[in-house]
Ligand binder design. Structure first.
Ligand SMILES: [Zn+2]
Ligand SMILES: [Zn+2]
Ligand SMILES: [Zn+2]
Ligand SMILES: [Zn+2]
Ligand SMILES: [Zn+2]
Ligand SMILES: [Zn+2]
Length: 435
């Protein structure tokens, strides 16, 4: 079991595998065995497009490959151990048949947003937002939240090293842009126009309080926002009645979940007050439709009917996206007809669980686990650089272990652990422990 590290290093085996053999602990697992789950998915441009691999495989099996993180995708099963990838999976050794149930949207070909642009972490100046239902990513400018930054469109700063486009710099450059029409902390979820068009119950809510839309009166005119809750008072659909009667003290307090003992649960209580006669099959409490929003969808739907009905042509007018504000899942009407329409889209009713690599506090940490945690700790917008960071860490570990190789010494777990402890201490000293 114990072998000299020199033999391993000499044989071109990646250090990831070398460390795995030196450490008697459980190796990070490919998620293939877990089946179709919502998880962070990586696109390996070197191996196969359109396919996706799990986070563990992105590190253990495709370290030196060109990759793109696609972030969470639901119902996705890792393709790494399957026949779809010629590259052998280092974590899941049994060859598996191709996954037939995975959906490979345009992200799996490296295209994003309704504009279909490629993503380049080093050059992208815009924040991108993920659609809750289709899980594609959209530029703020394509959502009509901002003007498109000019520099990116005209002259992409070719050859700028990734490290120079750091957080501070990208922060500064987005400060040059006008503020977005809807700030990120003012909504909870985006549903892109194409998804809104295809989900009637969401279309019905578009532009009503808490389902913001960016619209304009005339083509080329200024954009404005409809559906702000402040415009008509918070929670207008149930509380205007109560407010007028002065029945409830919590007017305007959306989350006033007063634990009044006599009453059952709040939603039922609300419903009962508004339509007391219909307790068995409650009437639909969806807010009155916003006619401007409906016009927009009618127009684009009829335009699409006229054109080829294939899903290929996406309108780029930037209208029809819906930004749902906090608590939107609690605000949907619970009548049987609305609920039935929502059932096809569980993510609209309940926040989905996203798989995270298991923590294993009892056993020592494997190199993969340490690497994964380092990746998870990176700020979101830098995560696409994570592979690069991991490669750098691997190189440093390599030089840390080289003396062992030269002396023909055995590498122990504590040697590897010492390396990481040093690194962690250095990182902490640099950031937190200044005082
Ligand atoms: Zn995998
Ligand atoms: Zn690969
Ligand atoms: Zn793999
Ligand atoms: Zn775009
Ligand atoms: Zn969508
Ligand atoms: Zn309803």
């Amino acid at each position: 079991m114990s072998q000299t590290i020199s033999a391993i290093l000499d044989s071109q085996t990646s250090l990831v595998q070398a460390a795995a053999e030196a450490l008697p602990h459980q190796f990070s697992q490919c998620t293939h065995a877990l089946g179709h789950i919502r998880q962070a998915v990586y696109l390996c441009l070197t191996c196969a497009v359109p396919r996706g691999i799990c986070a563990a495989c992105s590190i253990a099996c495709h370290t030196d490959h060109e990759q793109l993180e696609l972030f969470p995708k639901r119902a996705f099963r890792c393709d790494c151990p399957t026949a779809a990838l010629a590259h052998l999976c280092a974590l899941h050794r049994t060859p598996e048949p191709e996954n037939t149930r995975n959906a490979y949207g345009q992200n799996f070909r490296g295209a994003f947003c309704r504009c279909g642009r490629a993503y380049d972490a080093a050059r992208e100046r815009e924040t991108m937002i993920q659609c809750l239902t289709c899980e594609d990513w959209f530029h703020e400018s394509c959502l009509s939240l901002r003007e498109r930054p000019l520099s990116r469109a005209s002259t992409p700063e070719a050859g700028v090293p990734a490290q120079e486009v750091d957080d501070a710099a990208s922060e500064a450059s987005s400060n040059d842009l006008p503020p977005p029409l809807i700030r990120a902390d003012n909504y909870d979820a985006l549903i892109c126009a194409a998804c809104v068009r295809s989900i009637p119950v969401v279309r019905r809510y578009a532009g009503t309080p808490g389902a913001l839309m960016v619209v304009r009166d005339v083509p080329g005119g200024p954009w404005s926002v409809i559906g702000r809750e402040a415009e008509s008072g918070a929670n207008v659909e149930v509380e205007t009645v109560e407010a007028r009667k002065g029945l409830d003290t919590g007017v305007g307090e959306k989350r006033a979940r007063s634990p009044t003992k006599g009453e059952s649960d709040a939603p039922n209580a609300k419903r009962a007050r508004v339509s007391p006669e219909a307790s068995s099959s409650p009437a639909c409490l969806a807010p009155p439709v916003n006619s401007l929003a409906q016009q927009i969808f009618d127009k684009s739907l009829s335009k699409m009917d006229g054109a080829a009905t294939s899903s290929g042509e996406e309108d780029v007018c930037g209208e029809g996206d819906v930004f749902l504000t906090e608590g939107f899942r609690d605000r949907w009407c619970q009548c049987s007809s609305c609920l039935l329409s929502f059932e096809t889209y569980p993510c609209l009713l309940e926040e989905e669980e996203t798989y995270e690599p298991p923590e294993d506090p009892d056993s020592g940490l494997s190199l993969e686990e340490l690497g994964m945690r380092a990746l998870l700790r990176l700020p979101r917008e830098r995560a696409l650089d994570g592979i690069r960071a991991f490669n750098q860490m691997r190189d440093e570990l390599m030089s840390h272990l080289r003396p062992f190789a030269q002396e023909g010494k055995e590498v122990t777990e504590s040697d590897i652990r010492a390396f990481f402890e040093e690194r962690m201490a250095a990182a902490r000293g640099g950031v937190g422990e200044s005082s």
